[in-house]
Design a binder for this molecule. Structure first.
Ligand code: PA5
Length: 425
């Protein structure tokens, strides 16, 4: 993976980071790297995520999904970190499996989805690290009932990933469901390269060994200097720009397959770094589509943004047919990939011309190795940024507060603060 931070430097951008400031920051990166390396060596909570390239067991995942591999449809039931990793991998790399992630509990959506699925041909992967998340458990109860109503033995079509205890573990034990253990010490949003998301990837035909090899290349590239390590270059620059005023980080991949990656990034960045009044707000976009909408704001709106532009260096061929229409000669003989790359470079230049900081992230291709590397490096970038901010990267007290409050409301036990009311009808 290549990260180009040139357009984030003060010589080009406002806000921007000066070369001297970056050198000074590099001393802090070295200290943060030592802390991260210690955490990895001791498999401390959270830091253990960066060991997944070696601790994940792809053979065990392949064996667990093998009895289910004849299904044409896969439904992941999970939310947040228990859904987005799988969706990211399948959307980027899946080979035609009909894939759905059921995360939200909107009854209209759940009913429509279940009505559309051929439940006899569907595998359900239920994922909850805690095993207690209300949305996931409720959705699974609805799904298994729908399967039973359709005459399907849901116990034969369900795989579970969960922690050692919790409601989901009890449910799986009661019904003798196959269970993969959620990895120890790995928060949900850092678990894409584990039993949380790899089963979906395996069912979608993703080469797990290549995926993990890409992640291992990221781990091997971690070093004590941002100038030698793409992951740390990204994390350090994003942090430095945030403290200089770029409080929004717009993730803008130029590959349709990476659209869900931007969603995964948004969760990782927000839930890990948004603490103690600190953190950079992630925004999700897609090139070239959002050049025709959000780019106006990025270029000419408030000076509070970093734009992270991601692209693969190679793309499948798709020639643009010849035409004799006047004025379209610039497309003649071209290719859609070439057009998308031109859009990427034009947008990058447009941002630079108006002094908006951007970072360019380039992968060899949208393939298993590159995606493993991308996910690992962005996780490492996030861990580094957390060290630089001095926040507790691996906790999510605000998320837990909401989960507890919702459960309390349903049990009639919640003691929520009074809210002010000002109704206008
Ligand atoms: O990253 C996190 O910790 C969260 O987003 C969780 O993944 C999410 O809340 C789901 O939790 P669980 O896997 O316990 O059901």
């Amino acid at each position: 993976m290549r990260v180009d931070i040139g357009n984030a430097l003060a010589a080009t951008a406002r806000p921007g980071v000066s070369a001297d400031a970056l050198d000074r920051l590099d001393d802090r990166v070295a200290a943060a790297h030592d802390r991260i390396a210690d955490g990895m060596a001791d498999s401390e909570f959270g830091y253990a995520a960066l060991n997944l390239p070696e601790t994940a067991d792809p053979a065990a995942v392949e064996a667990a999904v093998e009895p289910l591999a004849d299904a044409d449809t896969l439904l992941t039931v999970g939310i947040g970190g228990s859904a987005l990793g799988a969706a990211t991998l399948v959307d980027a790399l899946g080979d035609g499996l009909d894939y759905h992630a059921l995360d939200n509990v909107d009854p209209a959506h759940v009913r429509d989805l279940l009505a559309d699925l051929d439940l006899a041909d569907t595998v359900v992967h239920v994922v909850s690290r805690s095993g207690t998340t209300a949305e996931t458990l409720a959705n699974f109860l609805v799904v298994r009932d729908a399967m039973a109503d359709a005459g399907v033995d849901w116990t034969e079509r369900t795989l579970v990933t969960t922690g050692v205890e919790g409601n989901l573990r009890d449910l799986a034990d009661d019904h003798g469901l196959p269970v993969l253990d959620a990895p120890e010490g790995v928060p949900g949003r850092f678990s894409a390269l584990s039993t949380v998301a790899l089963p979906a990837a395996a069912l979608a035909g993703v080469d797990l060994d290549e995926l993990l090899a890409g992640a291992a290349a990221g781990r091997d590239a971690l070093s004590g200097s941002l100038y030698d390590c793409p992951a740390y270059a990204y994390g350090a620059v994003a942090y430095a720009l945030d403290v200089r005023g770029a409080s929004v980080n717009a993730m803008l991949p130029y590959a349709e397959g990476l659209e869900t990656f931007a969603e995964w990034f948004a969760q990782l960045w927000a839930e890990s770094l948004g603490k103690d009044g600190l953190g950079q707000t992630p925004a999700r976009a897609l090139g070239a589509t959002d050049q025709h909408s959000q780019l106006q704001l990025y270029r000419a709106g408030p000076r509070d943004k970093l734009v992270t532009m991601v692209r693969p260096e190679s793309r499948p061929d798709c020639a643009i047919p010849e035409t004799d229409l006047d004025g379209l000669d610039y497309l003649a003989g071209g290719d859609l990939g070439g057009l998308l790359d031109a859009e990427f470079e034009a947008t990058e230049a447009s941002l630079a011309e108006s002094g908006v900081p951007s970072v360019r992230v380039e992968l060899p291709a949208v393939d298993a190795h590159s995606l493993g590397r991308l996910l690992f490096d962005i996780e490492a970038a996030c861990v580094l940024a957390g060290e630089l901010y001095g926040v507790e990267t691996f906790t999510q007290p605000a998320v837990e507060w909401g989960k507890d409050a919702a459960r309390g409301l349903l049990r009639g036990e919640a003691d929520l603060p009074e809210k002010d009311v000002l109704v206008v009808e």
